[in-house]
Design a protein around this ligand. Sequence first.
Ligand code: APR
Length: 339
Amino acid sequence: MTSASTNLTDIANRIQTGEVTRIVALTGAGISTAAGVPDFRTPTSGLYDQLAPLKLPYPEAIFHINYFSHTPEPFYAIARARHPRNLRPTISHAFLALLARKNLLSFLFTQNIDSLELDAGVPAEKVLQTHGSWKAQRCHKCKVPYPDDLMQRAIRVGEVPYCLEAGCGGAVKPDVVFFGESLPERYEVEERRLTRKKVDLMLVMGTSLKVAPCSRLPGLIEEGVPRILINREKVGDFGTRKGDICLLGTCDEKVRRLADELGWGDELEGIWAEAVGRKEETNRRGGWDSEEEPGLEESIQKLAEKMTEAGRISQGHRRMLEQHLGEKFAHVLPRKSFG
Ligand code: APR
């Protein structure tokens, strides 16, 4: 029996006896890969490696506001392949909904923009989508909201939607937080609350912990409070504290293991089946045509040919770097940053 599994049995007992009742969770792209969305940094299969043909200044540029404001085409080339419309919650999303149903989920910080936690049934007041979501969109320049049906059409054809306001002409951006932008103001409120309220357990799933400020959250948990990492590999400072439990492997496999330890196996499968059924019903009503989805690779390849011919990428790079160099320093709210 490894120490992790001994600790896991111990954690399961403490949940069953009511000693652990306030669980804070942090999730990343790794809990949605089983839904068919590549994560960002896994070598080869991750989005950033797949973007190589676009020869971006650096992979994250595709989600940097300075780059997007000059060269929004790459973002829209991949938007359709990453849009959550046809995704279904995974068993890991369902586990978070089960924790909430059992009044054990104190709060969930998710870095994902696919809203699959909400689709799985986690109550909205228990989740903060720290990097925003696809739920709405607006002009990135004048911030005027943009119609949903026109946005759906633009994503479907892979074209950049532009602002409808006379004289503006800015590219429209979904309400996701790009690098260089501020997180929702609620982030500071919830991060402060995390340091003030009693937390009995922190659960971190499917993230490389490479992007601030979310990467700092596990470090804010008081020494002595157990932290469980479910991830393909060890990340952040996990393993440095006595109470850390690292379950290395796929989220879905480890979540099922945890559910079995808790005697919740059947209940978890049931809540997952319900959530998938609900999402499929929504998809059917969602109005997205069912035509063959272009793959991510095909969309990137097509754009690479188009953009290189037009020489648009080099202009975009140059303007973005000029803007970067001149970028002001003062930041009011925590900015999303990587590295
Ligand atoms: N099971 C367990 N772990 C997985 C699985 C899986 N099925 N799939 C991927 N992982 C792990 C990877 O090994 C990696 O450690 O999940 C982590 C995903 O890391 P990233 O790809 O960096 O994604 P994430 O941590 O969510 O990125 C944070 O970076 O680009 C920005 O805005 C973007 O929100 C994102 C942020």
